[in-house]
Write a protein that binds this ligand. Structure first.
Ligand SMILES: [Cu+2]
Length: 578
């Protein structure tokens, strides 16, 4: 048996409670009983013990430390084991966090501010010396297997247009003891930052460990700022607020409650939980924080860093709305006004909110109405505590906060002209399939993650991919590395008839033997703009368009934070065409 710190900490916690009785004899009995019970304490996927009751909105929103990497000098960023408070009524939580030293490491990690067209150079180091991960590792999964044990890490800068060798490949992991995965090349990564101004995020991406390392805290924000595409007169400084939203669950001793018993859907993997949903909502590492704001326009740069939970954000006061001005890939040429803002995992949104729409003294809650899993949901995953995210107090003034002059843009740049791209595009189909129990493995075009490369897009070409979701149940956020894409349309089909062989996806709607149940529909509000991650609904074909630029070496995978073995690798693009 591996040593699981949770099982050794649980008796200590009970000991602490019992000590109030000050009865040494009874204490001894309780302690020995609790040891016996603790060995039976397990946390089952989909049925976690609720976190201790924590009073929401009692602590101010922290802003992660910012590090300026806009000058091109090298930054060394390490992963460390840290202790951090999520809530004043909960003992400190053990996380893994990124930082420039043991003392400064945090979860989320520091926010890195890069400048467009100025390359950044980041050296990643692994200072996590634990022999065993703080969370239970399912050793039946396809995963990193360092010879000397420990906690492997591989850092992916999600959304970056960089060389493939700096992409944080799942098998490019390394440990504090010096073990390295088969595709490891270097710990010194270069990011050109030549792409449009946007919000990226860095997070762990190790094979079989991503879901564990991210929920343990290994994630942070990365801004690319500046360049010709930036509109002027947007909120900045203390009016521009990053929000990293995650759900987690906690034991009374403060440790992260992550399942050590898996899902009945995948008995071959007794400790793997395909979807982790926590009952506690963290923003920038704190449970349900609050933020004082003045009656002005604020800019929120929001990341959904949850493993599996989608968030549909809205304000408790309908006078407040979101003006979404940006997506994963940067600014939107057509900002959209939204009452509800749905974000799948890994989504980034850039929104403006005008708090002058409500009087000073107003209290506003940022709520979440998304079912989990999205969109059908099981109520067990959405207790009332998951319905609140944070609170805003609209106040008269904040000391030291300068006035600002803001223009809410109605357009930013111009829409890309896609007609010529579409005319010359190469088409591919990508199906999402699943191997049913006991294995529950997700497949792309019936291929396993580690099967040979099947798709070889060429440099300087445009491709249109039809992503066809054949798995009943929830959405799949699809993320493509190293490139941004546009959703052209989506089209629902009858999955039951398709699986029964009663219709064809090759026939157009409304032909009688076509599986499609509607004409192609324009992308919805969650799918517009330049994207690197997009939701695909079950029984839907999603059509995306992308241009392969010189630096791209793409790998398509369904976000492996909770999927252990799924990727369709694309080969390194061939030489430039005629
Ligand atoms: Cu990515």
């Amino acid at each position: 048996m591996g040593t699981n710190p949770r099982r050794t900490e649980a008796p200590a916690l009970r000991f602490s409670h019992a000590s109030h009785l000050k009865l040494a004899c009874l204490l001894g009995v309780l302690y020995s009983l609790s040891v016996i019970q603790a060995q039976d304490v397990h946390s089952r996927c989909g049925n976690l013990t609720p976190s201790p009751t924590l009073t929401p909105f009692v602590q101010p929103l922290p802003i992660p430390v910012e590090i300026d990497i806009s000058t091109g000098s090298q930054l060394t960023l390490g992963a460390y084991k840290i202790s951090q408070s999520v809530h004043p009524d909960l003992p400190n939580t053990t996380f893994y966090g990124y930082g420039t030293s043991q003392d400064t490491a945090t979860s989320p990690g520091p926010t890195l501010n890069a400048r467009r067209n100025v390359a950044s150079f980041i050296r990643f180091e692994n200072h996590i010396t634990d022999a065993e991960h703080i969370l239970t590792v399912d050793k039946t999964l396809h995963r990193a297997t360092p010879a000397n044990g420990g906690v492997p890490m591989s850092v992916h800068l999600h959304g970056a247009d960089a060389e493939g060798k700096f992409d944080g490949h799942p098998e490019a992991w390394f440990t504090a003891a010096g073990d390295k995965g088969p595709t490891f090349i270097a710990t010194n990564n270069t990011y050109p930052n030549e792409q449009p101004a946007s919000l990226l995020w860095y997070h762990d991406h190790t094979l079989g460990y991503t879901r564990l390392n991210v929920v343990s805290g290994l994630a942070g924000l990365y801004f690319i700022r500046g360049g010709s595409g930036e509109p002027g007169s947007l909120p900045e400084g203390r009016y521009e607020i990053p929000l990293v939203i995650q759900d987690k669950q906690f034991y009374p001793n403060g440790s992260i409650n992550f399942p050590d018993l898996g899902s009945p859907l995948s008995p071959a993997h007794p400790q793997w939980c395909p979807d982790y949903f926590g009952d506690t909502i963290l923003v920038n590492g704190k449970a349900w924080p609050f933020l004082d704001v003045v009656g002005a326009v604020y800019r929120f740069r929001i990341l959904n860093a949850a493993n599996a939970r989608a968030f549909t954000l809205s304000f408790s006061d309908s006078r407040l709305q979101f003006v979404q001005i940006g997506t994963d890939g940067g600014y939107m040429w057509a900002p959209q006004l939204l009452q509800n803002l749905t974000m799948a995992p890994a989504y980034r949104v850039d929104v403006l909110v005008d708090f002058s729409s409500v009087p000073v003294g107003t209290t506003v809650y940022l709520n979440n109405t998304a079912p989990a899993p999205f969109p059908d949901g099981d109520p067990i995953n959405s207790p009332p505590s998951t319905r609140h995210v944070m609170k805003f107090n609209v106040v008269q003034s904040i000391p030291g906060l300068p006035a600002q002059s803001v223009v809410i843009p109605t357009s930013i740049g111009s829409a890309p002209s896609t007609a010529a791209w579409i005319d010359s595009a190469v088409y591919r189909n990508v199906t999402l399939d699943v191997v049913l129990p006991p294995d529950l493995t997700f497949l792309l075009n019936k291929n396993h993650w580690d099967d040979p490369v099947t798709e070889t897009p060429k440099l300087y070409t445009t491709e249109i991919w039809d992503i066809i979701h054949l798995i009943p149940g929830g959405i799949h956020p699809i993320h493509i590395h190293l490139i941004n894409f546009l959703v052209l349309h989506q089209q629902a089909f009858d999955l039951t008839r398709f699986n029964g062989g009663l219709c064809s996806l090759l026939l157009s709607y409304p032909e009688s033997l076509s599986c499609y149940t509607e004409a192609p529909q324009p992308p919805d509000a969650t799918q517009v703009g330049w994207k690197d991650t997009v939701v695909v609904y079950p029984g839907t074909r999603l059509r995306i368009l992308m241009n392969f630029a010189p630096r791209d070496w793409p790998q398509l995978h369904v976000r492996s934070h909770h999927v252990p073995r799924l990727r369709m690798a694309l080969s390194q693009p061939g030489p430039r065409g005629p």
